[in-house]
Design a protein around this ligand. Sequence first.
Ligand code: SAM
Ligand code: SF4
Length: 342
Amino acid sequence: MRENDALTKEMKPLIDPFGRTIDYLRVSVTDRCDFRCFYCMADTMHFLPKREVLSFEELDRLCTVFVALGIRKLRVTGGEPLVRKDVMTLIASLSRHLQSGALDELTLTTNGSQLSKHARDLASLGIRRINLSLDTLRADRFAKITRWGRLDQILEGMESALAAGIKLKLNVVALKTVNDDEFDDMIRFCAERDMGLTFIETMPMGEIGADRADMYLSLTEVRERLQESWRLSPSSYRSGGPATYYTLEETGSRIGFISPLSHNFCEGCNRVRVTCTGTLYTCLGQEGSVDLRKALRTSRSDDALIDVIRSAIDRKPKGHDFVIDRNDNRPSIGRHMSVTGG
Ligand code: SAM
Ligand code: SF4
């Protein structure tokens, strides 16, 4: 893939109007997925025609421009990133920014279905940590939540990643009456394998053909319940992200809580997201977006692209407007989480 003009220039970092430095990019490489998790997608989904999706060359160029603008951490996500054909070619190409020291971290968020195939290659490319989304340890529940998935495949992928020396963090969406009786088991499961664990509240994103108010569980409530059986003490650890952390005194492990609805996490926001069509979202919880694909496809120089990115950062909103309202079934945000990749 071609080396980018932008890398050769002195760049001012990306700082938004609220003084937040933007140094973390999440890039979705596909909107497709091999699962249909019921809180994320509807049973029948319409995916983008291939021509709308950025090629690997375009994604690489885009990410490289962001790296030149001061992005230090790059997360590849989706849809399911590892189901995009030949995605390892893109990851291998992006890993040059790790080797050059321009990036501190190249990582991904995955459902784990393809991990056993790719774990060793990912480790050899310098991927040190991966977020693995897994909401249950019970095979029957897993099949229900994901509609299409098999738990044994994920557990195999998880073991391959650990064996390859990749650190894992489990992302668990807390779902009322679905998995809220297994959080203690999950804490033990993660502690035994030296894996991190983060609970996430359901966010009202995209039509899913179900009522989110029925599945919404406040993490304040989850934490209070956990405190009945575990000693949790607030941790000063910050990942630069939306999670607040607690240390589990019994195991010494750390548990994160991402609570966009019961706790507003925006003041320290350091990130932006790009979809696989090159749409830049400067806030997960707002509709506002900017098209980068046009600048990518119409000019060989990166100058237009850089101008569009900078002007979007200049308008990054202060925070999100998520609400789950019992009297109003509509999602706060029309797009599905699988569009921006969480
Ligand atoms: N397919 C990959 C995976 O599942 O890890 C990456 C994309 S997925 C959209 C990223 C994360 O978003 C997952 O941890 C998933 O559980 C979470 N997620 C999806 N829809 C959500 C929603 N409506 N509210 C909260 N989290 C959601
Ligand atoms: Fe796919 Fe991830 Fe959404 Fe589940 S949460 S449907 S694995 S994109």
